[in-house]
Design a protein around this ligand. Sequence first.
Ligand SMILES: *Cc1c(COP(=O)(O)O)cnc(C)c1O
Length: 362
Amino acid sequence: MREARLVIDTLALRHNVQRVRDNAPASRLIAMVKADAYGHGALAVAEALPNADAFGVAFLEEALALRAADIRQPIAVLEGLFSREEMEAALQHQLMIVVHQEQQLQLLEQCRSAGKVQVWLKADTGMHRLGFPPEMVPQVFQRLLACSSVESVGLLSHFAAADNPESPQTTQQITCFQDLHRRMQAVSPYKVPTSLCNSAGILAWPAVHGDWVRPGIMLYGSSPFAAESADSLGLRPVMTLSSRLIAVNPLKKGESVGYGATWTAERDTRIGVVAIGYGDGYPRTARNGTPVLVNGHIVPLAGRVSMDMITVDLGDLPVEVGAPCVLWGEGLPVDEVAACAGTLSYELFCKVTARVGRSRIG
Ligand SMILES: *Cc1c(COP(=O)(O)O)cnc(C)c1O
């Protein structure tokens, strides 16, 4: 049987949730489980977090899949809804919905169904991706308050650069957000809930945690900051991708390995072949020298990543066929591998393919 495996450590997941609680003790938590919980399995993650105050997904079907599996907490649909049918489903399944553009606002205004939804009004405070421009927000808020299907309206926005403490953009976004909140609160019949922080915001901007925080990547044990390791932030890896050596071959000084012969031995050595490749989601962009953990020892990737295999320079490491290998996770931070592949942990997590066997511990 192929040995490529993905193990999800739900104890580590709960540990990381506790880190969010420690950092943002006064806020409720929307655990982000979009994109199959960043590749960790949305249902597995939701089931492991009975104490999460809510879950966050990108679109309706992701929410309905959780409801179909009997997940009862509130679920926020962050890209909102796009038809009357979707609106009906949101009412039926008690979803929280984001409203970020005019058509979505009109859907609510035209809704005549019984039942009410909780709405997050998304303001574009500077990311310029989704959200109403700030000058429209007070008027949008009034229109939402007038909708019979709207139970309550919160203010939500998203940071563009909270991972970079040097960037002035975050303080500008915060000023804009707080100003909008004041204006909404001044005309609101109830306290307007706020939500602004992703993982980077939770860790770096404690003053603006607000009522609801939206952690994603930190739940999965990866650092949102380039300059700070997950370990130094007290986070533990949830996903471990592992496999085994399926061959160990001698290689002479001057000989090269793999497609395109991109790596050449500078001394006589041994090459280990690991049963993992881009067909499993190991990034083809991983460069020579990317760390791989073989039987607990770091060795460098040597040569191009193939579809089903990678090759590593074992040197004198005393290992044989069958030795366990970790590609990222327990013992090898995903952030280091991502950096060597010119990408982020987010992408590595999401791209593990269906042929990799999965299991849960904890
Ligand atoms: C994905 C997402 C988050 C979580 O971001 P992380 O960087 O993974 O913590 C928060 N808010 C919104 C709107 C998102 O789309």
